[in-house]
Ligand binder design. Structure first.
Ligand SMILES: [Zn+2]
Length: 180
């Protein structure tokens, strides 16, 4: 096959699927993570893609909780961030409160690690990696994120509680040590 045309998944020396998200023939978890890093690189390099960067990180994390949601803090951050994106349409007025909330020590009502869902959405980082242009990239990230969020439906109620707590307490970072 020629090297021209749409991007192809690099041959990472293995046809193994990713054990976390189920992406096929990516060279296992490591190859999957390589694709994620490549996608993140594009988002930093192209302003029109940066708008979905946060969503990309949250979606990938929800599909790879063993790697990216090991600590309570990271689990809360990705679930709450995704809830804000999906249900508040990334309301900018909440953005600062959310950051403060996540900088502090959110009260944790659940034991950790949170048991992740078995199925984690039908789309994977491969769909984003293979997007032919920026418009497709942005559109696919939104669909992919929606699927990853739906997969965690069992924990939506908890995520909403954290988001509400962020809105309530975000204005006054009680106990949160602020750097700078
Ligand atoms: Zn994966």
């Amino acid at each position: 096959m020629g090297s021209e045309g749409p991007p192809r998944v690099p041959d990472s020396g293995g046809s193994a699927a990713c054990p976390h998200c189920g992406a096929c023939e990516v060279g296992g978890a490591e190859g999957c993570n390589d694709l994620f890093q490549e996608v993140v690189g594009r988002e930093f390099g192209r302003p029109e893609l940066f708008q979905v960067h946060r969503l990309t990180v949250d979606a990938y994390s929800l599909q790879h909780p063993d790697q990216y949601m090991k600590s309570a803090k990271s689990a809360v951050a990705h679930l709450t961030g995704m809830c804000w994106a999906m249900e508040d349409q990334e309301d900018p007025s909440v953005s600062m409160a959310l950051s403060r909330f996540l900088d502090g020590t959110p009260a944790l009502a659940k034991p950790f690690p949170i048991p992740p869902p078995g199925r984690r959405g039908s789309m994977t980082i491969v769909d984003i990696f293979l997007a032919p242009d920026s418009a497709a990239h942005v559109k696919r990230v939104r669909e992919w994120a929606r699927g990853a969020w739906e997969a965690w439906s069992e924990h939506h109620a908890q995520a909403r509680l954290w988001l509400e707590a962020a809105k309530r307490t975000g204005g006054s970072p009680k106990g949160g040590r602020r750097g700078g």
